[in-house]
Design a protein around this ligand. Structure first.
Ligand code: HPA
Length: 277
């Protein structure tokens, strides 16, 4: 079995052999944002190494797992740890788990990431729900021969982020008394952070937040006809005229604080969505 479609079927079969549930939701947890898995009623926890064709983790400290179970009674599969382009994976590898989520039965992909705040109104640990994106990665996961079983050759991106889920998120955030911004995410390849001149450029392009992930997964989700909802947590402020060197522990601390907000927001949003999808 060599084709992508066959590989996806094999991977999905391996997950099904360990978990009999059918997920309605796939969830990708970004850097430092794994806390949400504590709320999942876990029924199976599968190391990536046990799923055929999943990229093998190059860093032993970063071994991830697929957490399968329910959140607010909704069956879901969550990725604890994602694959990044800057680690050396192809975008086809980075996005393979999204294909598997779809094959398992998911209707909705929820993506989270740690991101730099470009819009000067953003503060550390703020939550931004994505309403659009700009792709500055030098590759595309859909490049190559298209397999029509996986999706169309030219997927439409006029509204990649589901409008009803955006409006549910706004309503739920208001009810929780939680400030949530809406914004445009720009994806860069990394692994370096940006120069002052690059932050100025990204702002001029119309971006509110910048990060090194998410867009490849969203492109594949749209190709696979999944609904998409995505959140950034602002972990550092990208203000070109008072830029300070990034300190990774500070980024992780801000991700943790923002992650606590997401751990309240996302289950409530999913619960409302599941009641009338
Ligand atoms: N730039 C790119 N990616 C990021 C940043 C940033 O400032 N912060 C977190 N991820």
């Amino acid at each position: 079995m060599h084709g992508l479609w066959e590989q996806v079927q094999e991977a999905a079969a391996a997950v099904r052999a360990k978990w009999s549930g059918t997920p309605r939701v796939g969830l990708i947890l970004g850097t430092g944002l794994g806390g949400l898995t504590e709320q999942i009623q876990t029924e199976a926890s599968i190391p990536y190494g046990e799923v055929p064709h999943f990229p093998s983790s190059t860093a032993p400290t970063h071994a991830g797992r697929l957490v399968c179970g329910t959140l607010q009674g909704i069956p879901l599969v969550a990725m604890e740890g994602r694959f990044h382009y800057y680690e050396g994976y192809s975008l086809r590898q980075v996005t393979f788990p999204v294909r598997v989520m779809k094959a398992l039965g998911a209707e909705l992909l929820v993506v989270t990431n740690a991101a730099g705040g470009i819009n000067p109104q953003l503060e550390l640990a703020d939550i931004v729900v994505l309403e659009d994106h700009i792709n500055l990665m030098p590759d595309n996961p859909l490049r190559g021969v298209n397999d029509d079983r996986l999706g169309p050759r030219w997927p439409d991106l006029c509204a990649p982020y589901d409008r009803r889920l955006l409006s549910i998120t706004r309503d739920v955030a208001l009810e929780l008394g939680m400030g949530v911004h809406k914004g445009v995410f720009v994806a860069v390849p990394g692994p370096n952070l940006e120069t002052r001149a690059e932050y100025r450029m990204l702002k001029a392009l119309g971006a509110d937040v910048v990060g090194m992930s998410t867009v490849p997964e969203v492109l594949v989700a749209i190709h696979a006809n999944l609904k998409v909802l995505a959140f950034s947590v602002v972990t550092d402020l990208c203000l070109p005229d008072c830029l300070e060197p990034v300190e990774v522990p500070k980024i992780l601390e801000n991700a943790r604080i923002g992650g606590e907000k997401l751990a309240r927001l996302i289950p409530a949003v999913l619960s409302r969505w599941a009641a009338s999808p």
